[in-house]
Design a protein around this ligand. Structure first.
Ligand code: NAD
Length: 499
C-alpha cells in the first residue's frame, strides 16, 4: 500500500505505529495510508526548522520573494497533475481543484510583494535628536493545521505569508487528503527554499496537541470545525502562543423581492451544491423575503436542482463529485433525516443516490428543504453537504436578523437590485464577509479572510496585511545619537518624555 509520508528535513517518517487510511471517494476504496505522527516526529521537524530559520530570516526580503515567485511558476507548471491528485483524494471535480489551487496561488502572488509589505515605520525627530522606527520581524517557527476541504488553498494562505515574512513553517494537513500538501512542500524546495523552511508533519489529534504544546512554536494558524477551532485556540493561547482559529459556517443568501431570480438560481446552484457543499463559504441557506418571492424561487430552484449532474471527479460534465468519506456521507444523510423529523418539508431528497459503475463511491444527490425554521437543529448546525434549506422571512428586518443571530458568522450574501437595501444590509449584518449579488464572497488575497462569532477565534484574519501582522512581531527602536556632550544626569531616573 502506498504511504504518504511526512516531509521532515533530513529524515523520513519511518517508525510510525499508527496510520490512517486515505480513500478514493469515487470508488470508496482505500488508496493509500498516512502515518499519524508523534511528538518525537514533531521534535525532529522543529530541530530542522530551528537550524534553517535564522538564515532564512537573514536572507533579504527580495530574495525570499524570488523563491515565492519560482514556487508560483512551479505550481502553475504542475497545475494539471496537482488538480488530479487533489480530486483523487478529496472528490471535488477537476475544475474545482484548479480553483482551490488558483486561490492559494493568489496568496503566493501577494507574498511576492513581501518587501513592500514588510517596510517599517519611521518618525524623524520624535524628540530633540530622537528618531523612532519600527520593524516587522518574523516570529521564528509557525505552524498551520488545515482541514480537508481546501488542501491546496488553505495551506498556501498560511505558509505563503509566513515563509515570505522569514519564518520556518510546519504544516499539519488533514489526514483525509494529505498528498497535495506534500507535493507543495516538495515544490517549495525545488523553488529554492532551504531545507527545513516548509515541512509537513502528518497526524491527527496527537500531532495537533504536540504542536500546541511545543515551546519552540510561536504561532499556530488553524482552519477546521468550530469545536476543534475553539479547543486549539484555548490550548494554544494557554501555552503562550499567538493563535488564529477559523471554524465552521452556515452562510445565508438573502433574496429580496426585486432580485433577478434566474441569476439567483444559477448562483445558488453553484454556491450550495458545488464541491458537494463542502465549502466553508458555501451558501446552504436561502432566505427569500416574502412568500411571493419564496414561491417563485422554489419553483425555479426545483428543476435547476434536479438537473444537476453528479459524477466522478474526473467527469468534465459533472457539477459536483462525491463527499470525502463514508463517515461524512452518513453524517450528511443523518442531518437530512433530522430535518424531516423536525418538520421541515423535504422537497428533493438526495439520499439513496447511486452512480452507475461507482456504487461504493461516497455520492449524495442534491437535497432541497423548504419551510425550515430557526428553532430547528438542522438549521442551527453546519451540514457541510449538498443540501439547500429555504427559510422564509416576511420582511427585510427578519431576513437581516437570521444570519446576524446565528451562532456562525462566516459569510452572507444579499441578492437585490436596490442599492440602499444592499448598503443597509452590509453595514448592519453581524457577519464577517458579505457578498452583494456575489454568492461566495471569498476576499481576494490582498484583502483578508475571516468570519465572526463561532466562525473564528482570535482576532487577526488570514492573508493580506492581516496575515503579515499575524506572522510577524513589531520591534520599535527609539534612537538618539548625542553629539558628544554629557547627558542630563539629573533626569536619568525620570520617565523620558519627548518635550
Ligand atoms: P476538522 O475540524 O475535522 O479538522 C481540521 C483539522 O483538525 C485537521 O487537520 C484534523 O486532523 C484536526 N483535528 C481533527 N480532530 C481533532 C481533534 N479532536 N483535536 C485536534 N485536532 C483535530 O475539519 P474538517 O472536517 O477537516 O474540515 C471541515 C470544517 O472546516 C468545516 O467545519 C468547515 O466549515 C471548516 N472550514 C472553515 C474554514 C474557514 O475559513 N472558516 C475554511 C475551510 C473549512
Amino acid at each position: 500500500m502506498r504511504v504518504i509520508d511526512h516531509v521532515i528535513a533530513g529524515a523520513a517518517g519511518a517508525g510510525a505505529t499508527r496510520h490512517a487510511d486515505v480513500f478514493d471517494p469515487n470508488s470508496g476504496a482505500v488508496q493509500a495510508r498516512v502515518p499519524l505522527g508523534t511528538a518525537a516526529d514533531l521534535d525532529r521537524a522543529v530541530a530542522a526548522a530551528q537550524a534553517a530559520q535564522p538564515g532564512w530570516a537573514a536572507t533579504n526580503p527580495q530574495r525570499r520573494a524570488r523563491v515565492m515567485f519560482r514556487f508560483k511558476e512551479l505550481v502553475e507548471a504542475n497545475m494539471d497533475a496537482l488538480a488530479h491528485m487533489l480530486s483523487a483524494e478529496h472528490g471535488k471535480v477537476i475544475a474545482d481543484s484548479k480553483g482551490d489551487i488558483q486561490r492559494g496561488l493568489e496568496v503566493i502572488e501577494f507574498a511576492c510583494g513581501i518587501p513592500h509589505a514588510l517596510k517599517g515605520e519611521y518618525t524623524q525627530g520624535a524628540g530633540p535628536g530622537i528618531d523612532v522606527y519600527s520593524m516587522r520581524m518574523p516570529l521564528g517557527i509557525g505552524a498551520g493545521i488545515t482541514p480537508f476541504n481546501f488542501p491546496a488553498m488553505i495551506p498556501m494562505w498560511m505558509f505563503g505569508v509566513a515563509i515570505a515574512c522569514g519564518n520556518a513553517f510546519l504544516l499539519k494537513p488533514s489526514e483525509r487528503d494529505p498528498s497535495v500538501p506534500v507535493r507543495l512542500a516538495e515544490l517549495m524546495l525545488e523553488a529554492g527554499a532551504p531545507q527545513g523552511i516548509l515541512q509537513v508533519v502528518q497526524g491527527d489529534k496527537e500531532m495537533v496537541d504536540a504542536i500546541l504544546d511545543h515551546p519552540a512554536i510561536g504561532a499556530v494558524s488553524f482552519v477546521g470545525s468550530s469545536d476543534i477551532a475553539h479547543y486549539v485556540y484555548q490550548r494554544g493561547v494557554a501555552a503562550g502562543k499567538r493563535v488564529q482559529a477559523m471554524g465552521g459556517a452556515k452562510n445565508h443568501g438573502i433574496v429580496m423581492p426585486d432580485a433577478d431570480l434566474d441569476q439567483v438560481v444559477a448562483d445558488l446552484s453553484g454556491a450550495a451544491f458545488g464541491s458537494a457543499g463542502e465549502r466553508c463559504m458555501a451558501l446552504p441557506v436561502v432566505v427569500p423575503v416574502g412568500d411571493k418571492t419564496a414561491d417563485a424561487l422554489r419553483e425555479k430552484l426545483i428543476p435547476a436542482i434536479r438537473s444537476l449532474r453528479v459524477g466522478i471527479s474526473t467527469d468534465a460534465e459533472a457539477q459536483y463529485g462525491p463527499v470525502v468519506n463514508a463517515a461524512h456521507k452518513a453524517r450528511v444523510e443523518n442531518w437530512i433525516q433530522t430535518g424531516v423529523d423536525e418538520g421541515a418539508e423535504l422537497v428533493i431528497d438526495g439520499r439513496g443516490f447511486s452512480l452507475q459503475g461507482h456504487e461504493q463511491g461516497f455520492f449524495i444527490g442534491p437535497s432541497l428543504f423548504d419551510r425550515v425554521t430557526p428553532g430547528m437543529k438542522s438549521y442551527q448546525e453546519e451540514i457541510f453537504g449538498p443540501v439547500l434549506q429555504i427559510v422564509r422571512a416576511p420582511d427585510f428586518e427578519t431576513a437581516l436578523r437570521l444570519p446576524s443571530e446565528h451562532q456562525y458568522g462566516n459569510g452572507v450574501a444579499i441578492f437585490t437590485r436596490n442599492g440602499h437595501a444592499a448598503r443597509e444590509f452590509a453595514a448592519r449584518v453581524n457577519v464577517g464577509m458579505v457578498g452583494i449579488n456575489v454568492p461566495i464572497p471569498v476576499p481576494v488575497a490582498y484583502h483578508s479572510f475571516g468570519g465572526w462569532k463561532r466562525s473564528a477565534f482570535g482576532d487577526v484574519n488570514q492573508h493580506g496585511m492581516e496575515g503579515v501582522r499575524f506572522w510577524t512581531k513589531v520591534k520599535t527602536v527609539t534612537q538618539r545619537w548625542p553629539d558628544g556632550g554629557v547627558g542630563d544626569a539629573a533626569n536619568a531616573f525620570v520617565i523620558p518624555t519627548m518635550g
